[in-house]
Design a protein around this ligand. Structure first.
Ligand code: AMP
Ligand code: ZN
Length: 137
């Protein structure tokens, strides 16, 4: 039985939906994303359902990060990736579409088609400082 019957990733964990699992440990499972951004794109999830970055336990977050590092190494060693992006979307505003925490591990290759989702340009220094102060509060 999935922990959350409405959650597709809980269904993957319960074996009720197919997946290509590539890494597992006590706290995490990693499997291939069915809409890969690049070759080898995988997702790391905690076994325990948590909807997002704000809800996941620090222990599970640490375990997911370690699993992501293992996959990043494999992407380099086995797939010939020359870079890796770790992506987490927290909340619909941040493009999260599946509400079971997951970390995308996206191998990167020279001249692959991915692009930065924002255009870097200098911000107003006072506003940057003010935002930093607000964050620190
Ligand atoms: P996000 O938009 O950050 O919430 O990412 C959700 C990801 O889950 C997307 O990249 C989807 O392609 C992926 N996804 C959705 N359903 C499945 C599935 N059944 N198996 C593997 N990946 C999936
Ligand atoms: Zn879930």
């Amino acid at each position: 039985m999935p922990a959350d019957p409405d959650c597709i990733f809980c269904k993957i964990l319960a074996g009720e939906l197919p997946s290509t699992i590539v890494d597992e440990d006590e706290r995490t499972v990693s499997f291939m994303d069915i809409n890969p951004g690049t070759r080898g794109h995988a997702l790391v999830i905690p076994r325990e359902h948590a909807k997002d970055l704000l809800e996941i336990s620090p222990e599970d977050l640490a375990a997911c990060s370690q699993a992501a590092q293992r996959l990043a190494r494999k992407a380099s060693e086995n797939l010939g990736a020359t870079g890796v992006n770790l992506v987490n979307s927290c909340g619909a505003a941040a493009w999260q579409t599946v509400f079971h925490f997951h970390m995308h591990v996206i191998p990167r290759y020279e001249n692959d088609p991915l692009q930065l989702p924002w255009i870097p340009k200098p911000g107003d220094p006072d506003e940057i400082k003010a935002a930093g102060e607000d964050l620190k509060r």
